[in-house]
Design a protein around this ligand. Structure first.
Ligand SMILES: [Zn+2]
Length: 524
């Protein structure tokens, strides 16, 4: 009798013949023979997990966990593979990707121009002549290590001779083929590349978006299914979707989603008058309605639209704007809301902290874990001030695309809780392994050095799992593979801890599990 059948036998006849030390109540799932990075407080590595009813009930060696196997137990033998907790993204624009997912090609982690063109050609070939193909950002021209740069008209006409096609580069540029240019009244003779009028005006991509026929509701439904599956295939098991969408609410009502989704309370404060109304809505709304799968969580990513930090400023933000910001922040604190605020430059961090330190005197914010998101630049003094207010930081892949030299070592050494995310899909990729590869190696996808300060692999993985769980008040349920927590995990095709740092971006999940349910397996 081999070890496995003995253990199974003990499962069946436990009460009759097995010694008490061996007998266990059978569980529904055992994950075994792994290098399982639990990401607990000691970064403990175990071989196996026993899972029941979606939660981890025991962890240890493969032999120890075999005692939990009964005749109906599903055994997932990962054959030595590395297993990590499910990855959580703390800053994501989810619905815009879903809206056009059936038409999208993506360059996540693609470091060769030839490969990018192959992806575009394959997408065009999969559609009918005349149907639109688009890349909704998330890449930079410098990521193609073999031939950096944007796309020429000849290239785009070559890969999509029968389909209008455009490749959006963040908010600033777009490259379009002849059919797409003609569709919006532009002359192909002027070339593929068109500049946007400004960062937020979204022109001319908006004209191209408008030229595409709207997706039917059946198509949107399919896109939602397909995009959540895509996220599972990258190892994501949770994302903070900034915004609120009806179709997500409807889907969540039908049963557990394959990706845990947090959304934001829909409030809009653009001027003093709308700020007063928004403050009233915030005060009578219930914070953190997340039910374990889905729900409105907090306020993001610009609490008060006039305080929208992009380029560095010479002067501090005007007092009247910060006063209205303070009114909204006070209302949020009173109602118990989390805020995830978009701030890019250190000077704006200073202005924000000046304001929040005053708010804190009137209405304490110390238990609300407010997040300053983006922070391409933040001084050690401001990190310390934010930490003293109980605040947290969001570090995003968008900074890699921007080539921002973020002070990651200073952030990590300060002890402030910080989580990783992306800001997908226009200004950033969504692949968490691209993000992990960037913060560990200091290199962008095209192997250009964009960080002077990097994180250890352990620090990076904690920031993409356990720390994000903390940001969302889910530290007792999510973010590490510990007894009592949800079985959200990812089996990897290579070892995150030992693969060369520039290759972390190439890691592919082979299996993704959310709450004990297998939501993705790689085709063999
Ligand atoms: Zn954003």
């Amino acid at each position: 009798m081999n070890l496995k059948s003995l253990r199974v036998g003990c499962g069946i006849l436990a009460a009759l013949i097995c010694p008490a030390s061996l007998a266990q109540q059978p569980v529904d799932t055992v994950v075994t023979n792994g290098k399982i990075l639990t990401v607990d407080a000691n970064f403990r590595v175990v071989q196996a997990l026993a899972i029941n009813g979606g939660r981890i009930v025991a962890s240890g060696t493969s032999a120890e966990m075999a005692r939990y196997a009964g005749p109906n137990t599903r055994i997932i033998d990962v054959q030595g593979a590395t297993v990590i907790p499910g990855l959580i993204d703390n800053h994501f624009h989810f619905t815009r990707a879903v809206d056009r997912w059936h038409q999208q090609a993506r360059f996540e982690g693609v470091d060769s121009r030839r490969e990018a063109l192959r992806i575009l050609a394959a997408k065009a070939a999969s559609l009918k002549p005349g149907e639109w193909v688009m890349v909704q950002g998330g890449w930079t021209p410098r990521q193609f290590a073999d031939a950096p740069g944007g796309f020429t008209l000849a290239e785009l006409d070559g890969v999509a001779p029968k389909n209008p096609l455009f490749v959006q580069e963040s908010y600033s540029q777009v490259y379009a083929n002849s059919l797409a240019l003609k569709a919006v009244g532009l002359n192909p003779a002027d070339g593929a590349r068109r500049s946007a009028a400004g960062l937020v005006s979204f022109q001319p991509p908006m004209a191209l978006y408008d030229a595409m026929p709207p997706a039917s509701s059946a198509q949107l439904d399919q896109n939602l299914t397909d995009y959540m599956h895509e996220l599972n295939s990258t190892g994501l098991t949770g994302v903070y979707s900034l915004g609120q969408s009806k179709y997500l609410t409807e889907r969540a009502a039908k049963g557990p989603l394959p990706v845990r989704l947090w959304e934001t309370l829909p409030v809009f404060a653009n001027d003093p008058e709308s700020a007063t109304k928004a403050a009233a809505i915030i005060e009578r709304s219930r914070p953190n309605q997340f039910d374990g799968q889905y729900g409105i969580f907090g306020l993001a990513e610009t609490l008060y639209r006039p305080f929208f930090d992009l380029a560095p400023r010479k002067d501090p933000w005007p007092a009247e704007i910060m006063n209205d910001y303070a009114k909204l922040a006070t209302a949020a604190a009173r109602a118990g809301f989390h805020i995830h605020e978009h701030v890019i430059n250190n000077s704006a961090v200073t202005d924000l902290l000046d304001t929040l330190e005053n708010v804190n005197k009137v209405q304490p914010i110390g238990k609300l874990r407010w997040t300053i998101g983006h922070v391409y630049d933040i001084s050690p003094a401001n990190i310390a001030r934010a930490k003293a207010l109980g605040m947290t930081l969001g570090v995003h892949g968008a900074a890699m695309q921007a080539g921002a030299h973020m002070p990651l070592r200073k952030i990590a050494d300060s002890g402030i809780v910080f989580g990783l995310g992306t800001d997908a899909t226009i200004v950033s990729h969504y692949s968490p392994f691209v993000t992990l590869g960037w913060v560990v190696s200091g290199l962008d996808v095209g192997r250009n050095r964009v960080l002077d300060e990097t994180l250890t692999r352990e620090e990076a993985l904690i920031a993409h799992t356990r720390s994000n769980a903390y940001l969302f008040f889910q530290e007792n349920a999510l973010g590490s593979l510990e007894v009592g927590k949800q079985a959200d995990l990812v089996v990897l095709d290579r070892d995150y801890m030992t693969v060369p740092a520039p290759d972390i971006k190439r890691i592919k999940p082979t299996l993704t599990m959310v709450g004990g349910r297998v939501v993705f397996t790689a085709a063999k």
